[in-house]
Design a protein around this ligand. Structure first.
Ligand code: ADE
Ligand code: ZN
Length: 348
């Protein structure tokens, strides 16, 4: 979709990006646990950490690929024990998101990371759902939860997790698929996604982060997902790119994550501009902001500075984020109007 926009000088672009109303659709709440909060929760819950200090933990955040990150990310989540812990983690993120002008956040959580340690799924969901309600009440920020199945675990374990979550179904808008991608193709979860679809959940999946374009195609065809998380490997498949553009299938792209996990050698090599210029419904998101060096606005600022995106791209990204969200149509209309007002305010 192209739009005639008010003229905006390049020098005003950083201020525009900071003020842009937006939706964040790819953020793992466990990945928002800052080292300081990991230490505070460890002390609160009497959990021993294999790091002497916040600085030592932060120094361990030197990743070479997705798996090297996941190992430390699951270890960090081990400090979460009580409903209050999940609530506090959620609120810390929502405060940051509200400051970044996020109007809508659809956040991932990984229940199996917690139930494996004996934390009941109800503790996880109730704590996060209370944070979502508080985000709306305190910041007018609309929030929803997406339950992710860990793809390195079995389909049977995914089914058990689904069963476990059903009594709290009203708090969960959709399901997703995350964790180690290579060697765990979408079809491993075909039946559990089919069941989730019957139950009325919205469906998303990580695909084409490190995995091949064909994982994206199979996530669409076998799992019937409505959005692809990451999806940046699609550029290697022309027919797939044409399909993603024609069907307006959203990609939730995470530039700083891709840089830190070496999906691209440098941020300047990121293909976000190519995705947008090919007409795909790409969006910008933070993935695991505490681990990858920034929240959603940091992602906008860094990828714009590194790749030369313009005000037109900024409008398109924000517009795409509302289009791609699972929010009500009336909310989307209101946020799009705020987007146009934001552009007027930044007119040169
Ligand atoms: N879990 C948290 N972050 C993830 C990512 N970037 N890819 C897959 N699983 C994840
Ligand atoms: Zn992710």
């Amino acid at each position: 979709m192209s739009q005639t926009l008010p003229p905006i000088a390049a020098a005003r672009l950083p201020a525009l990006l900071a003020a842009l109303p937006k939706a964040e659709l790819h953020m793992h709440i466990e990945g928002s646990l800052e080292p300081e909060m990991i230490f505070a929760l460890a002390a609160r819950n009497g959990v021993a950490l294999p790091y002497a200090s916040v600085d030592e933990l932060r120094r361990a955040y030197a990743f070479t690929d997705l798996q090297s990150f996941l190992d430390i990310y699951y270890a960090g989540a081990s400090v979460l024990r009580t409903e209050q812990d999940f609530h506090d983690m959620g609120m810390a993120y929502f405060e940051r998101a509200a400051a970044d002008q996020v109007r809508r956040a659809e956040i991932f959580f990984d229940p199996q990371t917690h139930t494996a340690r004996g934390v009941p799924i109800a503790t996880v969901i109730r704590g996060l759902a209370r944070a979502c309600a508080d985000a709306q009440a305190r910041h007018g920020l609309s929030a929803a939860l997406i339950l992710c199945f860990l793809r390195h675990l079995s389909e049977r374990e995914a089914f058990e997790t689904l069963e476990d979550a059903l009594p709290l179904r009203e708090h969960v808008i959709g399901v997703g698929l995350d964790s180690s991608e290579l060697g765990h193709p979408p079809e491993k979860f075909a039946r559990v996604f089919a069941r989730c679809r019957e139950l009325g959940f919205r469906l998303v999946a990580h695909a084409g982060e490190e995995g091949p374009p064909d994982y994206i195609r199979r996530a669409l065809d076998v799992l019937s997902v409505e959005r692809i998380d990451h999806g940046v490997q699609a550029v290697h498949d022309t027919a797939l790119m044409q399909r993603l553009a024609a069907e307006r299938i959203p990609l939730t792209v995470c530039p700083l994550s891709n840089q830190k996990l070496r999906v691209f050698p440098e941020l300047r090599d990121h293909n976000l501009k190519a995705l947008l210029d090919a007409g795909l419904c790409a969006t910008v998101n933070s993935d695991d902001p505490a681990y990858f060096g920034g929240y959603v606005n940091d992602n906008f600022q860094a990828v714009f500075a590194a790749t030369g995106l313009t005000a037109q791209h900024a409008w398109q990204l924000a517009h795409n984020s509302f289009e791609a969200s699972f929010a009500a149509a009336a909310d989307k209309r209101r946020w799009r109007q705020q987007l146009d007002e934001c552009f007027e305010r930044h007119r040169t």
